[in-house]
Design a protein around this ligand. Structure first.
Ligand SMILES: [Zn+2]
Length: 251
């Protein structure tokens, strides 16, 4: 269910079994925006059903935090304009041409275009991988974009951060809240790390061993320092206070 987080924000919680991230719904007097699309048609259908049952609006806009499949592959199924940073759109236009048979997926692991963790999770989410349909964005921005939902505004900011260079965050000043996507997380595509689906219990420990790029963390913190917020939520973990976020980044 979408959990009410502040007066204008609800969050549909992450589901770790197939790496589904937290999804945010920001509701204004006139329009509503969904932060991240979900990872499949199945995921989207589940959320649409909840919105209906909870008498919440279907989103007027879908914002993608970054290109990674778990945040973007549901985009087509909302039937609403998709907004993203330019770098996210460029990457999705590349991913649109990817093939999803075993050997194509295996080859992308070898070339470094994709990683074992995402490949395993995609296989789990999609028993029929020909159902995967990646679409480009409808609205693209470079540094920042502001959206007025009626009585509440969302500031979309190309934040970069340590996780992926295309990361966009959504700052909602009136709620003193930030949707981070994965912007604050480790870079899973950079240095090699171990993932074995037979030993999923080691996942957090193995990710913790990946080093942060300190320069990217510092730049990210410098951006966060300019924003007046109290709480935030990352893609795959619980809501954090601002201080908890800084502490998790070693600051
Ligand atoms: Zn990611």
């Amino acid at each position: 269910m979408f959990n009410k987080t502040t007066e204008h924000i609800c969050i549909y919680p992450a589901e770790h079994y197939t790496d589904r991230p937290n999804i945010g719904l920001i509701v204004g007097e006139e329009k509503s925006l969904l932060f991240d699309a979900g990872n499949s048609e199945k995921h989207v259908k589940k959320m649409k059903k909840e919105l209906l049952e909870q008498a919440l609006p279907l989103p007027d806009y879908i914002l993608l935090s970054h290109w990674h499949w778990d945040h973007s592959f549901g985009a087509k199924f909302w039937k609403a304009p998709i907004i993203s940073g330019r770098k996210t759109d460029e990457k999705l236009r590349e991913v649109m041409n990817w093939k999803w048979d075993d050997s194509s997926m295996e080859n992308r692991i070898k070339s470094g275009e994709d990683i074992v963790f995402c490949t395993e999770m995609i296989k789990r989410e999609y028993p029929e991988r020909d159902k995967i349909e990646v679409v480009p964005s409808d609205v693209v921005f470079d540094e920042a974009m502001s959206i007025d939902l009626g009585g509440i505004s969302c500031e979309l900011i190309h934040a970069k951060g340590p996780h992926s260079e295309d990361s966009v965050i959504c700052y909602i000043p009136s709620e003193k809240f930030i949707f981070l996507g994965d912007a604050n997380c480790k870079d899973l595509y950079g240095k090699p790390w171990d993932f074995d689906i037979e030993h999923e219990e080691d996942f957090l420990e193995n990710v913790a061993k990946i080093p942060y790029d300190e320069k990217l963390v510092d730049d990210f913190i410098a951006l966060l320092d300019t924003l007046d917020f109290e709480f935030c939520v990352s893609g795959h973990s619980e809501i954090m206070k601002k201080e908890e976020l800084y502490e998790s980044l070693g600051k």
